[in-house]
Ligand binder design. Structure first.
Ligand code: NAD
Length: 260
């Protein structure tokens, strides 16, 4: 079996878009999803289609709602009755705040998008993967799935949670031709991180460019950001037959952060 049809959640921005750029050169069909205007979707679809003739479909859902995830999978299975070969759970949200002041609605949203949505997506994708005896599930966790930072308790909870879920699904699927792995990126410069750099610049009274350098150097011994495409290349490898024995792994791409 080979990887032909993939879904990348949250692929209208940042890391997910970088992953989609790489997978569009490797797969026969790719479903992109995430919030975007109609113009943005058209532009992303045309960029990805021209990459290598990959069939690009846009199927969106508000991933904080399990009923919408179910509808998204119904739609995907209408277009591709054979189901997904590759599921990349990437969509995620972030909010930085001390625990005692953390808004309850942000906690609920983070749990829903970062942790419950991957669970519901895996649950929806697995039956068809099991039927064909092949699947690649990749969960985008974070360095914060392995280590913690202050003011990110809910984010760390979701990312440590997805690492645990990854291992459990890997054990359940170990003899079925399906692998399930978590990627733990350090900082990639995306809209999610730009907001944090802006806050850091404010707090340290630095220019934006100085803050950007110091923000990443504070956590990455390498001192540079990870690129979304570097994460995409790791996923492309996990989709090859050579990666058949990699399952239940937490793969760091973090410039050495988790080695501190
Ligand atoms: P981003 O904000 O650039 O993109 C997030 C994507 O998720 C967008 O496409 C957005 O539309 C989608 N999304 C958010 N909420 C959604 C919802 N309710 N329903 C459907 N789609 C929704 O963020 P990013 O930095 O590219 O992060 C992507 C993933 O990588 C997240 O899981 C994040 O936790 C993880 N991550 C990011 C970094 C980093 O440094 N940027 C590091 C480690 C892990």
């Amino acid at each position: 079996m080979v990887s032909r049809i993939g879904l990348v959640t949250g692929s209208t921005s940042g890391i997910g878009l970088g992953i989609a750029r790489v997978l569009a050169t490797k797969l026969e069909a790719l479903i992109i999803s995430g919030f975007a205007t109609a113009d943005q979707v058209t532009q992303i679809k045309s960029e990805l289609t021209s990459a290598k003739g990959c069939q690009i479909e846009y199927v969106n859902a508000d991933l904080s709602r399990p009923t919408e995830i179910a509808k998204m999978f119904n739609k995907i299975h209408e277009i591709f009755p054979e189901g997904l070969d590759v599921l990349v759970n990437n969509a995620g949200v972030q909010h930085v705040c001390p625990t005692e002041n953390f808004p309850n609605d942000k906690w609920d949203d983070m749990i829903a998008v970062n942790l419950s949505a991957p669970f519901h997506a895996i649950k929806s994708a697995l039956p068809k993967m099991k039927e064909k005896g092949y699947g690649r599930i990749i969960n985008i966790a974070s360095a914060h799935g392995l280590v913690a930072s202050a003011n990110k308790a809910p984010y760390c909870a979701t990312k440590h949670g997805i690492v645990g879920m990854t291992k459990s699904v890997a054990l359940e699927t170990a003899e079925s031709g399906i692998t399930c792995n978590a990627i733990c990126p350090g900082f990639a410069y995306t809209p999610l991180v730009k907001k944090q750099v802006e806050a850091y610049a404010d707090q340290k009274k630095l220019s934006f460019e100085e803050a950007k350098k110091m923000f990443v150097a504070d956590k990455h011994p390498h001192k540079d950001f990870v690129t979304p495409e570097e994460i995409g290349e790791m996923i492309a490898y996990l989709c090859t037959p050579a990666a058949r024995m990699i399952t239940g792994a937490t793969l760091s791409i973090d410039g050495g952060w988790s080695a501190w």
